[in-house]
Every structure is written in C-alpha cells, then in structure tokens.
Design a protein. Structure first.
Lengths: 210, 210
DNA sequence: CTATTATTTGACCGACCGGTCAACTAATTG
DNA sequence: CAATTAGTTGACCGGTCGGTCAAATAATAG
C-alpha cells in the first residue's frame, strides 16, 4: 500500500559515492539529496539522521566489496596465498580506475570513515570495526589454510590476519596521500608475502597456477 | 615595534590538539579561537585561512614528532633494527597515554589529515605527503644501515621503507578504529621484523643489547 | 468509491560555517 | 612627546549545516 520508491537505495548509493570520494563532513544532506534526485523531506522519511544513512551506506559497501573484490579474489580454487595476491591486484585495479575516472585515489571507504569518525561517533566506529573484523576473519581463514598446506610457517593466523589487514589499510592510505595507484602495486605482493613469513619462494605455485 | 603576541603559537597548538583528537572539519574557527583564548580577528591577522593554520600545525607536528618520538627511538647508538622496535614501542606508549587521558586512541595526525583531506585540498595533501616522505627517508637510512650490517637480507631499502611506513599507518588506523592501543603492541615488533625479511632471529642482538 | 498507507514536497528553523572589517589598544622608535 | 607599527576587538556578512513539519499526492486494499 502507498506508493513505492527507490529513493532509499538512491540515497544510500549517493552517500557511498560522495562520501567515498570526499569525506563524511564535506557532504551535506542538501547535496546528498540533489545527487540522489530526492527531496529533503524524503531523506528524513527514510533515515532519522545523516549518521543512519552512513550506517546503511557502510552496509551496502560490505556487499559491494564482497561481490566486486573479495569473492573474485578469494575464490577457493586458487591456492590460499594467491588469493591474497589477487586481492591486492584488485585493489590496485580499483585505485587505478578511480584515479582515471575522478583524478583522485580515494582510498578505502571503511578506512576513511574509520579515521574521520572513530573519535566522534561510537555508532559508526562500531560499524566500521565490525566490517574490518569480518575482513580479518576472511584473511584468517585464508592464512590458516596456507599454514595447514605448509605454504606458510606455523604461526597464529588471527594475529597474522590483523597484520595483513593493517598493511592493506596502510598501503591504501599512502596511495591516497600520494595520489598514486602504482604504490599499491609496488608495495603489494612482495611485502605481504614477507609479512606472512612466506619469504622468497615458499608456497609459490605449490599448485601449478602460475 | 607594535605589541608582541603568542597568539600565533597558541592557535597552532590548539589546531594540533583539536584536529588531532577529532577532525579537520569538526573543528571550527570559532572553537579554535576559544580554545586558544584569542579573538577571531586575531586568527585572521596571523593566518589567511583555516587551511594555512593547518599547514602550520602540520609543520609543528613535524618538530614535535621528531623530538618526542623519532629522535629518542632512532638514536644512533642502538643497532638499526632495534630503532624500529623502539619506534613502535613509543607509538604504543603514546596511544596508551592518549587513551588514558582522553578515552580515545586518536591515531596519527598526519594519517588522519591525509585521509580526510587528500581528495579535497591539494595544498594540504602535498604537505602531508612531504611529511610522510621525510619519515620514509629516515626509515630508509635505518634499513640501509641494517642491510649493510647484514642484519637484513640485501634488498631495495627505499621500497622497504615505504612498506614499513605503510604498515605503521595501517596499524595506527586499526588501533584507532578498535580504540585499543594493545593492537599496536600486538602487531608491532614481530610483524615489522617479518615485513623486513628479518625473520625470526637474524639481526637480533648482533650487538649484545638485549 | 472510500479509506488507508507510503511517499513526496518545499518552506522553514536556529545554529554555525569561514571569512571580513573598521575602530581601537599597546608597544616601540626617534 | 608624536608617529609608527603590531596586535586586538567584536560586530557583521552571506551561506550552509542538520533537521522539522504540515500539507499534498499516489498507490493499494476493501
């Protein structure tokens, strides 16, 4: 009953687009509405506040990231260490595409909001932390598998996964700061491998995938 | 001639304090002035814009970071790899202190502004990039020394230094997101060492400092 | 057709934003 | 002393901020 609408979705997508390429604070409700082609009243019909829209946008980012980056890279018919390589490859491709399209390397949506809002908004901080925990879980499974296959020396997969996520966020931050996607390529594969203690050759092509 | 004033310094320090514990956008010129005990007109007597104050604050942060973190940690009578360990130790101490004092882990001033403003303000982006380049240079010298001493396998010190700075920013980001200084301790020493290819023992106590 | 419900509209709110300015005060110089 | 200069004051500017609301509209259910 009543009319139906895609305004909610459009608002969520606009929030993701605009906040990703700039920042939370620099995107006003006004601009959000214009970008989504929606009136201000409709905004507050669907979301009690700008913060709530942001939470929804983060939720959407979780799905989007899973479909476009994580699932393709962490596809189980690749050996585990190559999944992580493929992940960094995709991050590089994404950064390069964004730079080509917008002139800027926008970094990581999650990391961006984490840094901008963690000290100011506990609700958003928790949401962001949850997304990162999820990601860490995925990495943990992957390295655990690599350890089981003896592609990696025996070690605590949970802490290692945290380290890898940290490294990925740091590399992304540097790429954004220098506005240079090449940095991701340069700091990708090799150093993640070293970070894992996987050193020079170990685990490379233990299945003939390269 | 004319009266003298410490308003400029007070404004710079206030900017550093406030923007560090929250964000650039969330700190208004008004609040900045109140915190510094200065009138708005005085603000614009010393700085043409909020952005210029921010640049000055970043410059101050360079000196502050050098004195309180970098110089103590990278003191040359420690072997090079231990300097990097000492660096992460100091970062942990700092985060823990901030958490105790303010309830929040504020992350890294430079990384925070990098993420918040890199896509929006080229001037600030360049300043931030310069500070990170400086830091990378210091790390590069350090790892180059370690390589020369054979504490580290032969490799490109420039790229390795970038990787270490990235890792440090990433760890700091995670600590801020989870509001947990312990994360820095957990992800510190061990994984930096691995990142460098310094693996388990190599280079540890090659001078009897432990 | 009527009642109900979901959505849309756009004017409006007080607060705050970054920035300007002319008048004023205090210290120094000759 | 007067002149010069550096710093201070606080009112003021147009614009934007996040958020509210009452009335209008469109789709469905009975």
């Amino acid at each position: 009953m009543g009319q139906v609408s895609d305004a909610k979705d459009k608002l969520v997508q606009s929030a993701l687009d605009l906040m990703y390429s700039r920042s939370y604070a620099s995107v006003g409700v006004q601009e959000l509405c214009e970008h989504a082609g929606v009136q201000k009243g409709s905004f507050y019909h669907f979301f009690p506040s700008k913060r709530d829209l942001t939470i929804a946008a983060l939720e959407r980012q979780r799905e989007l990231g899973r479909c476009t980056i994580l699932e393709p890279a962490f596809c189980p018919d690749r050996p585990p260490l190559q999944r992580i390589e493929a992940w960094f490859d995709r991050l590089y491709d994404h950064a390069a595409t964004m730079k080509r399209k917008t002139g800027c390397v926008p970094g990581c949506v999650v990391g961006n909001l984490a840094i901008e809002l963690s000290t100011q908004d506990e609700v958003i901080r928790h949401k962001v932390a949850a997304l990162l925990k999820d990601l860490t879980g995925l990495i943990e499974q992957t390295v655990a598998e690599a350890i089981k296959r003896k592609d990696l020396p025996s070690q605590n997969p949970k802490v290692l996964a945290e380290a890898i996520v940290a490294y990925m966020e740091g590399v992304t931050l540097l790429a954004k700061t220098h506005n240079d996607p090449a940095l991701i390529k340069r700091l990708g594969h090799k150093y993640v491998t070293q970070l894992m203690g996987g050193a020079e050759v170990r685990g490379r092509g233990s299945r003939p995938t390269r």
